[in-house]
Design a protein around this ligand. Structure first.
Ligand SMILES: NC(=O)c1ccc[n+]([C@@H]2O[C@H](COP(=O)([O-])OP(=O)(O)OC[C@H]3O[C@@H](n4cnc5c(N)ncnc54)[C@H](O)[C@@H]3O)[C@@H](O)[C@H]2O)c1
Ligand SMILES: [Zn+2]
Length: 670
């Protein structure tokens, strides 16, 4: 090959891999499988080795992938946070073992650990107290996400015990249990929000959120797996793991000390079989030379330690036949295609269905009727179709055509610009949408109506008793018809009617959430309720007015405008109002406590320890102060908490605006 050709190949690979790295770490939306990514990376490394003079110093083989955001303070790592070399096969691992032996002889042990599929975090403890938590970032510096990490229950804020070193760093992996992922992702889907592809992406997205209160609502966990300190505390990694466990850290129990590579292979084989029984995802195992002095002897490459390697599992996959594609219609009208498969055993469970996400996915796969497809069960709970086995395709394949009309009500589907999902716009006449909306309204997080369940709503709808939310409040006139429903006794009817009556006392924010406006989830409903005070203000608010409210973006604002443009929605609201539901917030009247802050203006930003932002706002107003929405020369004080955006800080400094801590503000009020 000519040098020019090689250079072209290297450049193309560098460009492609950098794009994938961006998709993976920054967008959290990889477009190729890890295995394929790693194959390409290996190919690049091979070319660079053969033609070192053509290598690009910016090559992804030379640096740790990751991102640093502008939303957090950047912190330099005391010890770089590196990646790990990886392999997918036995021979590579034997080669690794040989390299180690060549360097340090035969007298050593390995520690085998699970390779948790989350994101790495570095925690620093001073005098037993957690003082900072930083992401890997680009390996030499990362984001300070301390207040978010403090919401993780298994990470101790204060260590107990005597022999704890004054200063040390401990590293581990933040992840989300599969069950929590499934539950939260389902909630997101129901709200019409984009679902996360897997628990790792969900965990990574959560750690980088701006509001720690939101982070606290999403259950994350963390396993610790490496200790760093200036002083030599232990001789071996194994010893350090046993000890940090006693200090109160969560160390995974599935860790093994192996005296040779054969034992490592049995650990690998065991977890290849059993990994799906764990409540969380792993993507392989990690093997580390146990003795620290030997680790030191082996050293590092630019990107990873020479004393450790990961053995990654290829995602479990199997071939089967696509029997047909069916379509589900959700509460918001979104139509989701589902692949119905010839049942097949995969990683211990029988798979009959696989998600197809949307029309683009069907096109990407190029699916045809009766295709033989490869189904993969990665970390994800719902298996997915990876690709088609084209060799087994019939001579005249018929491509799967995404439906153009709703499978339930036959209305022509629409797709909004910039969105991937098709919708059935017939929200007033399409059964799953009608039933789904009422089910959402009565749900635990919305109106929480006692004595009513999803199946009852379905039965009521079938009998023509309800087709709108407001119909629930007319049920008391229909006692005779209710009695005719099987297994629906007098007592149940009474309970239900009481539940419905009681729901009239639910606060505005719950009613607003219950209406099921697309993108208006629980938290958004709360912010809106506080921002607009009542439904009439919301109905007439312009896009600008809506987006001026804390955390309300254009997408949500547009969805609200659209909701109120429909006469039927307005009619429903009038009916519900007439029935006595709450459509305005009960102002916790601003009780004037003092005028100590009179004529002073404040902006509150960041996360606070003692009070929520809302509480601080209330305190300021009760003492005569005024809240402004943005930093300008007019501003008197910036009340600054943790995790405040650096750009805000910069602006305030430029304009010479004094910063106040939570305590200082409280002191001012006295
Ligand atoms: N599909 C794509 O588009 C794409 C793009 C970029 C990267 N990737 C994937 O990401 C990988 C590279 O990511 P990486 O640099 O984070 O490497 P890695 O994830 O393969 O290995 C290093 C990481 O493993 C984690 N880890 C989990 N358990 C551990 C344990 N017990 N001990 C030590 N570390 C443990 C740590 O977070 C550490 O940072 C590649 O192998 C590739 O498959 C995929
Ligand atoms: Zn429909």
């Amino acid at each position: 090959m000519s040098n020019l050709k090689v250079k072209e190949q290297i450049d193309a690979l560098v460009k492609e891999l950098n794009e994938h790295t961006y998709n993976y770490y920054v967008l959290a939306m990889p477009t190729i499988a890890d295995y394929e990514f790693d194959q390409k990376l290996e190919k690049l490394a091979g070319l660079e080795k053969e033609y070192p003079e053509l290598a690009d110093p910016n090559s992804p083989t030379q640096k740790v992938g990751g991102d640093i955001t502008k939303n957090f303070i950047t912190v330099k790592h005391k010890w770089p946070m590196l990646s790990l070399g990886n392999t997918y096969n036995e021979q590579d691992l034997r080669d690794f073992d040989e390299r180690v032996k060549k360097a340090i002889g035969n007298d050593f042990e390995y520690v085998c650990e699970l390779k948790f599929d989350g994101l790495s975090i570095s925690l620093t403890y001073e005098n037993g107290k957690l003082i900072s938590a930083v992401t890997r970032g680009d390996g030499s510096q990362g984001d300070d996400v301390t207040s978010n990490i403090k919401t993780i229950h298994t990470i101790p804020h204060q260590l107990k015990g005597k022999e704890i070193p004054a200063l040390f760093e401990i590293r581990g992996e933040v992840f989300m249990h599969r069950a929590a992922f499934e539950r939260l992702n389902k909630e997101r889907e129901e709200l019409g929000e984009i679902a996360y592809a897997n628990p790792r992406n969900f965990a990574a997205g959560t750690v980088k959120m701006q509001d720690s209160k939101e982070v606290a609502k999403r259950p994350l966990d963390c396993f610790l797996y490496a200790l760093y300190s200036e002083k030599k505390l232990f001789k071996t990694h194994w010893e350090s793991l046993q000890t940090v466990k006693k200090w109160g850290f969560n160390v995974c129990e599935h860790t093994r000390l192996s005296s040779d590579i054969e034992d490592v292979f049995s650990f690998i084989a065991y977890w290849e079989e059993n990994r799906f029984k764990l409540g969380y995802d792993i993507d392989g195992i990690v093997i580390k030379v146990n003795n620290y002095a030997q680790q030191h002897e082996l050293g590092f490459t630019a990107k990873s330690p020479r004393w450790a390697i990961s053995y990654k599992y290829k995602a479990a996959e199997v071939q089967t036949i696509l029997e047909k594609v069916t379509y589900q219609v959700g509460r918001t009208g979104a139509v989701t295609p589902v692949a119905n498969l010839k049942p097949v055993l995969l990683a211990g469970t029988t798979v009959k269905r696989a998600t197809l996400h949307n029309a683009d996915e069907i096109a990407r796969l190029g699916l045809c009727e009766n295709d033989t497809v490869f189904v993969e069960k990665g970390g994800e709970i719902i298996p997915k179709i990876i690709r088609v086995n084209e060799a087994l395709r019939s001579a005249n394949p018929i491509p799967i055509k995404y439906i153009t009309a709703c499978p339930i009500c036959a209305t022509t589907l629409i797709r909004k610009e910039g969105e991937v999902a098709f919708y059935c716009p017939n929200d007033e006449g399409c059964a799953p949408q009608i039933v789904g909306k009422i089910q959402h309204f009565i749900g635990r997080k919305a109106m929480n109506i006692d004595g009513l369940g999803d199946e009852t709503i379905e039965a009521f709808y079938q009998r023509g008793l309800v087709s709108h939310i407001s119909d629930l409040y007319f049920l008391h006139d229909k006692a005779d018809e209710l009695k005719k429903i099987e297994r629906f006794g007098e007592k149940s009817i009474e309970n239900m009617l009481k539940g419905i009556e009681d729901s009239k006392q639910m606060p505005f924010e719950k009613v607003l959430f219950g209406l099921g406006i697309r993108y208006v989830g629980e938290t958004v409903a709360k912010k809106l309720a506080r921002g607009v005070k009542n439904i009439d203000n919301l109905a007439k608010a312009s896009l600008e007015e809506l987006t001026a409210i804390d955390e309300i973006g254009v997408r949500i604002a547009e969805s609200i405008r659209e909701y109120f443009s429909k006469p039927e929605h307005l009619r429903q609201i009038e009916l519900l109002k007439a029935k006595g539901l709450k459509f305005e917030i009960i102002e916790t009247e601003i009780i004037s406590l003092s005028d100590k802050l009179a004529e002073k203006t404040f902006v509150i930003s960041g996360v606070f320890e003692k009070y929520s932002r809302e509480e601080l706002k209330e305190l300021i107003e009760q003492n005569g102060g005024k809240i402004l929405s943005s930093i300008s020369a007019k501003l008197d004080f910036l009340v600054a908490g943790a995790n405040m955006g650096p750009s805000k800080l910069e602006k305030a400094t430029k304009l010479n605006i004094p910063l106040l801590s939570e305590e200082e503000l409280i002191e001012m009020i006295g």
